[in-house]
Design a protein around this ligand. Structure first.
Ligand code: NAD
Length: 335
């Protein structure tokens, strides 16, 4: 099958190429994001594969369908960037990689927690400048702290398991309880109670209309002074302006972000020679207690290989008319 792969980078091309060869597909890799302008590149391709920051809005989907695309193969688990209602109207099949390595994202999440807590990012810079002072590097024991996990699906569950190893008390909020988490001793709580009781709050739910701006001025006002906020899910679950106001007031202790609500124009590219135009993002970067990574939670060899394998399997299954139900994305998932 002829398939165009948008937003591809060197780190994934080798695995995508070898999987595509094995399955007899004809891939075209382009670095550019899928937008209304670049949708025309899909002319003559039956499938288009996209990543987390490509534009899957209705206009773009219509342009893809006009170009001849019948399958949208997401190289991500998240599907908030795709207008699923429009895809259904256009009879465009949407497939994803529901679980490639929850460990990759969960381990990155805990890495952000430890770095912010023990201030490795600041210590690294200091020691390189022969500044061996410990002033300002005080952390806290993870043991005994209350971690609030929002979304206890595949990634949230692994985060709970790791934090159990630190002897944290874990409370969680999810629309569906995960029996494995209950077995671990995780206690489910009402969302406002989670905000009130947690020393660390970490987001692992999808971005949906219900989770959009879940952390906002009101919910931030419920949190403990000195709270640590971690987000490796999707940027839109946090209202960045409210986060900045709370950081400026000194209420929040620290923030670790792997995602940002307006990341599409920033992340996955080298902008080091340009002036950043997003003033909210630039303000966030100025706080010493904010650590931002550019959506790299998924970036392990194991996860990238699994994404390539399942994406190419999805092309083959679509061609054979035998798509796996768990890989199919439909409006039914819009809870
Ligand atoms: P999952 O589907 O296994 O788990 C998501 C959980 O969120 C489920 O238990 C679901 O019931 C819960 N949920 C849904 N709506 C909710 C709501 N309104 N309130 C509370 N909980 C709700 O997904 P996953 O594999 O654990 O991934 C979680 C999210 O992580 C993805 O949606 C994606 O956005 C993000 N992600 C980020 C990266 C990265 O590189 N940073 C990589 C993969 C996934």
């Amino acid at each position: 099958m002829k398939a165009i792969f948008y937003s591809t980078r060197n780190y994934e091309r080798a695995s995508l190429t070898s999987e595509a060869e094995r399955h007899g597909h004809e891939p075209l890799f382009v670095e550019t994001r899928l937008t209304l302008e670049t949708a025309k590149l899909a002319e003559g391709y039956e499938a288009a594969s996209i990543f987390a920051n490509d534009d899957g809005s209705s206009k773009v989907l219509r342009a893809l369908q006009k170009a001849g695309v019948r399958l949208l193969a997401l190289r991500s688990a998240g599907f908030n960037h795709v207008d699923l209602r429009e895809a259904e109207r256009l009879n465009l099949t949407v497939l994803r990689v529901p679980a490639y390595s929850p460990h990759a994202v969960a381990e990155h999440t805990v890495g952000l927690m430890l770095t912010l807590n023990r201030k490795y990012h600041r210590a690294y810079q200091r020691v390189r400048e022969q500044n061996f002072s410990l002033e300002g590097l005080m952390g806290f024991d993870m043991k005994g702290k209350t971690a609030g996990v929002i979304g206890t699906g595949r990634i949230g569950e692994v985060v709970c398991r790791i934090l159990k190893g630190f002897d944290c008390k874990i409370i969680a909020f999810d629309i569906n309880q995960n029996p494995q988490c209950v077995k671990l001793g995780v206690e489910y709580a009402a969302l406002d109670d989670l905000f009130r009781l947690s020393d660390i709050i970490t987001f692992h739910c999808p971005l949906t209309p219900k989770t959009h701006y879940m952390l906002n001025e009101r919910t931030l006002s419920l949190t403990k002074r000195g709270v640590m906020i971690i987000n490796t899910s999707r940027g839109g679950v946090i209202e960045s302006k409210a986060l900045i106001a709370s950081l400026k007031s000194g209420h929040i202790g620290s923030v670790g972000l792997d995602v940002y609500e307006e990341e599409a124009d920033l992340f996955f590219q080298d902008l080091s020679g340009t002036a950043l135009l997003d003033d909210t993002f630039v303000r966030l970067m100025t706080f010493p207690n904010v650590l931002i990574t550019a959506h790299q939670g998924f970036l392990t060899c194991e996860a990238v290989a699994a994404i390539a394998q399942v994406t190419i399997e999805n092309l083959t299954a679509f061609q054979a008319g035998a798509v796996r139900e768990e890989n199919q994305v439909s409006t039914e998932l819009l809870v």
